[in-house]
Ligand binder design. Sequence first.
Ligand code: GDP
Ligand code: IMO
Ligand code: MG
Length: 428
Amino acid sequence: MPAIVLIGAQWGDEGKGKATDLLGSRVDYVVKFNGGNNAGHTVVVGDEKYALHLLPSGILSPGVTPVIANGVVVDVEVLFDELDALSARGVDVSRLLVSANAHVITEYHRTIDKVTERFLGKKQIGTTGRGIGPTYADKINRVGIRIQDLFDENILRQKVEGALEQKNHLLVKVYNRRAIAVNEVVDDLLGYADRLRPMVADTGLVLNQALDDGRIVLFEGGQATMLDVDHGTYPFVTSSNATSGGAATGSGVAPNRFDRVIAVVKAYTTRVGAGPFPTELFDESGEFLRTAGFEFGTTTGRPRRTGWYDAPIARYAARINGVTDFVLTKLDVLTGLEKIPVCVAYDVDGTRFDEVPVNQTDFHHAVPIYEELPGWDEDITGARTFEDLPATARAYVEALEGMSGSRMSAIGVGPARDAIVVRHDLLG
Ligand code: GDP
Ligand code: IMO
Ligand code: MG
């Protein structure tokens, strides 16, 4: 079972970091293939809590080679800050590999991200402000800066000049901001080159050779299915392919090499930033989920929007990603609820939709049709086998499994590394 993709099924923050960490001791490589430091993964190891943004969560497992692949956008300053912070806590970060083809987030990308959001006013996406969208836009526009450009001052200068020529007009004339000097950006990026050089590799080649040698490679998605630029709630999405297909284009490993697709899904739903969210709660139940689940962003600290489990979304994720296994997380957060509503379909202006509507306006108008399942009062954080769970909690998991299009192979019952019930081996 050598190549495994792990992605989020909803709008992010499903607990992908914890799931990756769970598999960490058994895999050889963990590859980040999309996004950048917009991600926020909290991993709890014993008494230690780690917040990872740009680095794949596998970096916490000794023996794993973490890889930042070509599909990622890299803020080099953030990269070194994160590496230094982990080193200071005794984590071995020496194996990290960075693709020569990954794109680089610069000062102008961060600035443009913030000013365009401000200009959108009430229509803003609610981005993380890390420059992610503008960097991917430059990549698609063929005016991006890549990691390999940091090792050729001439090329780098030409590319930054080309990019800034147009962007400075925009910054000054449209957004009323100061122009950014070419030298400022070039000097900043060149300042990282020496430290970066030993980490840079043809990561597509390394990963294919690793698979040829029978090594186990885990591809860890940032963001999630409903934030995917093609398959998510466009335009309220991130700017990369966070679905399983992104693991191929974002790494240089061909689709026919992937053996398993694990989707992480929360026992309820959350979202950060703007955009449609049919099961969103605005009452005390929503507040309950936010407080009990500690739903505050790892990256921006924003309170997350909360709502009940949405089965059509899980089915959609199963379909788009080819999910073989779900990891259901945060079941413990639902403890104490007498009844747990689960969305089974939508009502859109009087018409029933069993699947996620393709039309954006329909999805904005979708009103959940709920089925209520009985809750439980027992503390489940100590459960380690499925049988340890109360009968109603087991019934909740089985009902979700029946609605969601794939088996639920592991169940998170707390933030701790070992707070998990494994029903089917995720690598076996
Ligand atoms: P990611 O972005 O998908 O990696 O998820 P985040 O780390 O942003 O958010 C998930 C949060 O839930 C983190 O704070 C985790 O420590 C926590 N978490 C993960 N699994 C569980 C679980 O089963 N139960 C509880 N209570 N917390 C969990
Ligand atoms: P992890 O990996 C939740 C959201 C932002 C915003 C939209 C676009 O921790 O699950 P961007 O800065 O990417 O251009 O913002 O996407 N977003 C996330 N929401 N979890 C994430 O990552 C996210 N990364 C981006 O809030 O709505
Ligand atoms: Mg997160």
